[in-house]
Design a protein around this ligand. Sequence first.
Ligand code: MN9
Length: 290
Amino acid sequence: MKNLKGIFTALLTPFDANDNVNTAELAKLIERNIEQGVDGFYVAGSTGEAFLLSEEERRLVYKTVKDTAGDRVTLIAHVGTVSTKQAVEYAKYVESIGYDAVSAVAPFYYKFSNAQVIEHYKAIADSVSIPLIIYNIPAFSGVELTLDEIADLLAHDNIAGVKYTSNDYFKLQQIRDRCPDAIIYNGFDELMISGLAMGVDGGIGSTYNFMADKFIKIRKFWESGDIKAAQELQCQANKIITALCKVGVMAGEKVVLNLLGFDFGVCRKPFDPLSDEQVEYLKETILPLL
Ligand code: MN9
């Protein structure tokens, strides 16, 4: 099994002028991230606009990333959907094309019980032989599993870890303590060193699309005991993230990539494209910090 620890870019999905997935630009970004030294990619997650893609497009994204990255890095496919059946189909598909792991957000919208959410996760985990990473993001999914429920899921033979996107770092530390073998990923980039302090094994982040180098260094500084250097770099990254939060994170990230010479287009409706003033603001605030 490939190493699941480390720094994983939650890939954005580029769209061309006709609103189709731009596979050439996606391949270009993958190469840049591999050159920067990422350990892998998290494919078609929130950042990849998974819920705004058709089934065919999602499969195209999975395939493009695998065809481009090959075996050079570890690949985690986000297969989450509201339907267990559909999530299982995606999981089987990505396993068949050589992915190393799957991940899924909790089924949302219908306010399923936690017992139903747990059944959903176990069904995905049982359907494939590659490991499952739980995607814990209560603010977006509306699902808050308890510590006991998360620990119970992590005890499943084929559930390897959790992508932890929440501000509750006490709970993260409790998961770490209860499940020493689980792979835990930090989910909010702006809190990477908080996660490291509580024992994460790496991070999965959207801002890594254009600044993976900073997060690779933050982790290295932290692990080598240079806390001051890690804090300084986190502080610098957070100035960038503060600017992104002002305009909308994913739309802003696409603008930054476009300013760096990519052609990522804009986010899909109902997201709005940024105004000229917002683009100018990002250009002045972020580019000097990269
Ligand atoms: O993949 C991302 N989470 C979401 C993780 O988009 C919900 C993060 O990287 C955030 O975009 C980032 C900014 O808040 O931390």
